[in-house]
Design a protein. Structure first.
Length: 219
C-alpha cells in the first residue's frame, strides 16, 4: 500500500508516519529528512541542494522526483511507502503519477491532516527530535518519559531544526496554502483523498488514519 500524508508543516505527518511504519509495515519517506542528509553528505548534489534551500526556494521538481524514484525501488519499500513532505505542488503530484505509472506502481490513498494555522506555530516551535534515532517529541504535547532521555533509544542528545522558528513558520504556512493546498482537489477528483482531524490528540489521529486505511484496503 502506497500513501501520502498531506498537511501543513507541524500537522503531525512525521509523527503519524513513524507510527504507521510500525503497524502497517510501510517505509516512511520524508523528503525533508532525505534532503537534510543529502546536504550533510557534502556531495555535489548536496551542495546544490544547500544553496537552493538556503535561499528559501523550493527544490526543482525533477530532482525531487528522481530522489523518490531511486528510493522506492529499494527492497525495503516492496510492501509500500508513506510519502511525507512530497508532493508539494500540483506539478510534483503530476510528475509523481507519471513516475509511478512508469514503474507499474500507484498510490492507494492520500490522507489530508487538516489543522488550524494557529495551532501549528506552537507545534513547530516546540518540537525537537532525538539526534540518534530521529524520534520526535514536543515541549508540551509529547515529552520524553524520563527528562532528557530518548524513550526509543536512550540517547541523551536532541536536535531542533534551524527553520523551526515562529518567523519561518508563517512563511512556510503561506507557501503551503498557496502552492501545496491546490493538490487537495487534484487527489479529491481522483477519489483518493481522505481527511482526518489533525487537531485531535496524537492517538485519536492514529485511529482515524487506521480507519481510512482499512477502508482504502477494502475498496
Ligand atoms: P510534520 O511532520 O507534519 O511537520 P510533526 O509530526 O513533526 O509535523 O509534528 C509537529 C509537532 O507537533 C511535533 O513536536 C509533534 O510531537 C507534535 N504533534 C504531532 N501531532 C500532534 C497532535 N495530534 N497533537 C499535539 N501535538 C502533536
Ligand atoms: Zn532516540
Amino acid at each position: 500500500m502506497n500513501l501520502i500524508l498531506l498537511g501543513p508543516p507541524g500537522a503531525g505527518k512525521g509523527t503519524q508516519a513513524r507510527l504507521i511504519e510500525e503497524t502497517h509495515g510501510l517505509v516512511q519517506l520524508s523528503t525533508g529528512d532525505m534532503l537534510r542528509s543529502l546536504v550533510a553528505s557534502g556531495s555535489p548534489l548536496g551542495q546544490q541542494a544547500k544553496e537552493i534551500m538556503g535561499a528559501g526556494r523550493l527544490m526543482p521538481d525533477e530532482l525531487m522526483v528522481t530522489m523518490i524514484a531511486e528510493r522506492i525501488v529499494e527492497p525495503d519499500c516492496a510492501n509500500g511507502f508513506i510519502l511525507d513532505g512530497f508532493p508539494r505542488t500540483v506539478a510534483q503530484a503530476e510528475a509523481l503519477d507519471r513516475m509511478l505509472a512508469d514503474k507499474g506502481l500507484k498510490l492507494d490513498c492520500v490522507i489530508e491532516m487538516a489543522c488550524d494555522d494557529e495551532a501549528l506555530v506552537e507545534r513547530i516551535t516546540g518540537r525537537f527530535a532525538c539526534a540518534k534515532c530521529g524520534a520526535g517529541y514536543h515541549d508540551r504535547f509529547k515529552q520524553t518519559k524520563v527528562a532528557g532521555v530518548c524513550d526509543v533509544c536512550g540517547s541523551l542528545e536532541f536536535v531542533r531544526r534551524a527553520d523551526d522558528t515562529a518567523e519561518t513558520v508563517r512563511t512556510r504556512l503561506q507557501q503551503y496554502h498557496q502552492m501545496t493546498a491546490p493538490i487537495l482537489p487534484y487527489y479529491a477528483e481522483r477519489g483518493m483523498l481522505k481527511k482526518v482531524d489533525g487537531m485531535a490528540s496524537i492517538d485519536e489521529v492514529t485511529s482515524q488514519i487506521d480507519a481510512r486505511l482499512a477502508a482504502a484496503k477494502g475498496a
